[in-house]
Design a protein around this ligand. Structure first.
Ligand code: TXA
Ligand code: MG
Length: 321
């Protein structure tokens, strides 16, 4: 049986039966199920080995759907949705009861986003329910940006992967919410702070804290490869002779083997760097180096989201840095 392809009818048929389908988005691949069916949503948590306290984002194909799922929507949310949807922005809003508790981990809010991928938008337009979808990776590991990444990690657990090619943006959506009427950014992502502030004015950014995170996506250790990741300045900290792999922003290192280095963008283009980041980490990780030495990138635009993911990859689950 085909497990990967572009067959929208097949994908819809599976979703209607409460099965899982991996779907392409402009950010990363999602592991989708009917957001209104608790049994289907349970399958997502099982396949990802995801703890049930980590809520899911609900994906929609039109703004009208937002009103069926949420209530008391602030004007600024409409403004941002109109400016940036479809696109890499998730908005956390007060939810309606139609959304099962499991989706929101019992919170009274739900994260909503309209992804910018033609195949998934067309898929959803033919369904009469929205799709709950976390990134299609085992919990804690790097998000998938190609259908092959999904197959490698969740093959056998997901009956169908809708193949929309490699993801354009390559890093997860920016997550925002509202606290006392103020916009708060909970996760840096594909929509830059600068772009959001142009529409909404100054916003707050929540510092990552490992204790009591408001959004578990803010857990310090996340998005991590198996090999330990260290952040550092290549030239000063490069340890010759050690089994080191290097993830650099622009520079390549002729003294290093090709398998041991990955350059994010030779021209210093942050969009290209974001698009290649997770593939690069996976590629280096697949050779089991003793450490991946990664260089941070300029801290503006998409660079902030890239640096955020690098820092979290560099924090070990045991808290050893
Ligand atoms: O780009 C993306 O956002 C991708 C694609 C597939 O849409 N999805 C994604 O989902 O990254 P996930 O589950 O890997 O990360 C979503 C994060 C989680 O860390 C979750 O804690 C947070 O969003 N989240 C979801 N609903 C929330 C809520 N009501 N309040 C606070 N955080 C929430
Ligand atoms: Mg994820």
């Amino acid at each position: 049986m085909e497990t990967r392809g572009k067959d929208l009818d097949k994908a819809r048929e599976l979703l209607r039966r409460g099965e899982l389908v991996a779907i392409p988005t402009e950010t990363v691949y999602g592991l989708a199920a009917n957001a209104l069916d608790p049994k289907a949503v349970t399958r997502i948590f099982k396949a990802k080995n995801r703890p049930s306290f980590d809520p899911l984002i609900v994906h929609i194909s039109g703004l009208d759907r937002m009103n069926e799922l949420t209530q008391n929507v602030p004007d600024a949310a409409y403004q941002l949705a109109e400016a940036f949807w479809p696109g890499p922005l998730t908005i956390i809003l007060p939810r309606r009861k139609i959304i099962p508790d499991l989706v929101t981990s019992g919170l009274d809010t739900v994260g909503i986003r309209m992804p910018d991928h033609p195949l998934s938008l067309e898929l959803m337009r033919g369904l009469d329910f929205p799709l709950a979808a976390p990134s299609a990776n085992p919990f804690g590991y790097i998000s998938p940006t190609t259908p092959i990444h999904v197959e490698d990690q969740l093959g056998g657990k997901v009956p169908y992967i809708l193949d929309g090619g490699p993801c354009d943006i390559g890093i997860e959506s920016t997550i925002i919410g509202f606290e006392e009427g103020q916009i708060v950014v909970y996760r840096m992502g594909g929509k830059s702070l600068e772009e959001i502030e142009q529409v909404a004015g100054k916003v707050q950014v929540r510092d990552h804290s490992s204790s009591n995170p408001r959004s578990p996506g803010m857990l310090k250790s996340h998005y991590a490869p198996r090999s330990p990741v260290m952040l550092g300045d290549m030239l000063n900290e490069h340890l010759p002779g050690k089994d080191v792999a290097i993830l650099s922003f622009r520079d390549s290192f002729p003294q290093m083997g090709a398998n041991r280095q990955f350059v994010l963008s030779e021209t210093g283009d942050l969009s290209e760097a974001a698009r290649r980041l997770f593939s690069g980490l996976r590629q280096l990780d697949s050779h089991n180096p003793s450490v991946i030495l990664a260089e941070t990138v300029p801290d503006y635009g998409l660079g902030r989201a890239i640096n955020d993911r690098l820092r979290r990859a560099a924090t070990r689950p045991d808290g050893q840095g």
